[in-house]
Design a protein around this ligand. Structure first.
Ligand code: LLP
Length: 463
């Protein structure tokens, strides 16, 4: 994206500053269905509604900032993944993207399984009634207590992440008189980046056991020898926000290569292969994600083809989408506060949240869009930077965005596609209280995670 000198630029600038934008959109009131949740629309007055509810009513009832989650959209995305992969595969929702008890129940009802990566996520899943055998437990440094809890609960699989963990899990399971089903997570030498992947010769990160140098094959050897565990498959997760299927293709090729080695050496055909998550979503109109059915078709074809050429039975495939299920289903609703025009630069629009409810812009340079939602406007577009209320200049929510020039304090704006990794990565920086997650469906709204209060903050402060 390039520097632009569009004639309909901001009212405060003759030349637009450097930034990640092109021209202002033709219609600032338009809602791109790629980035907004399924039931979002504008009513006759131009006010944004979701699940049939006016956002001004949501702001009044639940306050701002608030994550507003479209339950209908969540369920239809979950169902789309489930249907796309069919009965011969499993879809594990990655709870790290966003987890709450309501979400666990929706997943359960829609037939998805759940991937958890900490004791806290496991406790949430179990307390909401997810059957333990539909839970996969991940993590590069699971504690002994976490492993014990998972084995005792009877989780469907633990994904082993290191040589030490192979022994640790086997030992704990044996102590508890159980045989724990496990997968081994391997690193296949494919490192996925936002819009691309780069094949790497070596593995320089903390997850998994490298295929390179025969390390994964050695892990399998050790796992097969231990009584406390039953090795059911190999796991690979190549990265996040991926649009290009070729990374998965290389990963599947290499994992199937390992399955073949295992068959040749041990006479065992492992029954499962997990290709992880990481499927991209549209944060802005520039992103073009694929539909679950296209992804399912592509992944199934890749694995089937690889297995046929290795003369292996095709294992049961599983995937772990998090962002692609929940990401597009929510937006963050903010109230506009201070508006500060900077001559020849842009207008800084401060909202009542910021990096504590969305760290992704500061952490990953993530791009978002934003819209005025409490009314429509025919005013000229102005170039803005939407910033938070934190004591930090990097506290940016949307780096470059066009909003109507008549924007005023008290207006409501919304940032779409914040369902994944925003509430789950939220903090209390500056003792700002974490926003609620409000689920809306068919004209009804309820907080599924309530707003944090000052009492919540002070309760932990026991000094
Ligand atoms: N499976 C495994 C083993 C993972 O490590 C992850 C993500 C997923 C599945 C789900 O990936 P998804 O489909 O949601 O992309 N905080 C970052 C993303 C970190 C993801 C870590 N692992 C973000 O905000 O983009």
């Amino acid at each position: 994206m390039s520097r632009s000198a569009h004639p309909a630029g901001p009212r405060h600038a003759d030349v637009l500053p450097e930034g990640h934008y092109t021209a202002p959109p033709a219609d600032l009131n338009a809602l791109d269905p790629k980035v907004w949740a399924e039931t979002v629309t504008r009513d006759d007055q131009g006010v944004l509604t979701v699940g049939g509810i006016d956002v001004r009513r949501l702001a009044e009832e639940f306050g701002t900032p608030a994550y507003v989650l479209d339950e209908t959209d969540f369920r239809s995305r979950a169902r789309a993944w489930r249907t796309a992969f069919g009965q011969d595969a499993d879809v594990f929702y990655a709870g790290k993207a966003f987890l709450s008890r309501a979400v666990v129940r929706w997943l359960h009802e829609e037939g998805l399984n759940l991937d958890v990566c900490s004791g806290g996520e496991l406790a949430t899943a179990l307390s909401a009634g997810m059957p333990a055998d539909r839970i996969a437990f991940h993590g590069n440094n699971k504690s002994v207590a976490e492993i014990r809890r998972a084995v005792e609960a009877g989780v469907g699989r633990i994904v082993l992440d290191s040589f030490q963990e192979i022994v640790r899990v086997a030992h704990i399971a044996q102590e508890l008189g159980k045989r724990q089903r496990v997968q081994i997570r391997v690193t296949v030498g494919v490192e996925a980046h936002t819009h691309e992947f780069i094949a790497t010769a070596h593995e320089d990160q903390k997850f998994g056991i490298p295929l390179a140098g025969g390390q994964a094959a050695e892990a399998v050897r050790r796992a097969l020898r231990l009584d406390g565990i039953e090795l059911i498959g190999i796991h690979s997760h190549i990265g996040s926000q991926i649009f290009d299927m070729s990374g998965f293709e290389v990963a599947a090729h290499r994992v199937v290569g390992l399955l073949k080695e295992i068959r040749d050496e041990h006479g065992v055909e492992l029954p499962e292969i997990d290709l992880g998550g990481g499927l991209g979503i549209a944060y802005t109109s520039d992103d073009d994600p694929r539909e679950p059915h296209e992804i399912a078709k592509a992944l199934t074809e890749i694995v089937t083809r690889e297995c046929e050429s290795a003369r292996l039975r095709t294992p049961r495939i599983s995937v772990e989408p998090g962002r692609a299920v929940v990401g597009p289903t929510a937006f963050t609703l903010y109230e506009v506060g201070t508006i500060k025009p900077l001559d020849h630069l842009r207008t800084y629009v401060s909202v009542d949240g910021g990096m504590s409810d969305n760290i992704r812009t500061a952490l990953y340079d993530a791009e978002y869009s934003v819209a005025l939602v409490s009314r429509s406007s025919d005013a000229e577009p102005m170039l803005t930077r939407v910033v938070g209320k934190h004591c930090e200049s990097g506290d940016i929510v949307v780096r470059d965005a066009f909003l109507p020039a008549d924007l005023a304090p008290g207006d409501l704006v919304a940032v779409p596609a914040t369902g994944a990794y925003c509430r789950s990565m939220a903090s209390n920086y500056n003792h700002v209280l974490r926003p609620p997650v409000v689920a809306v469906r068919d004209g009804e709204a309820r907080a599924i995670v309530r707003r944090e209060t000052e009492e919540d903050l002070l309760r932990l402060d026991v000094g």
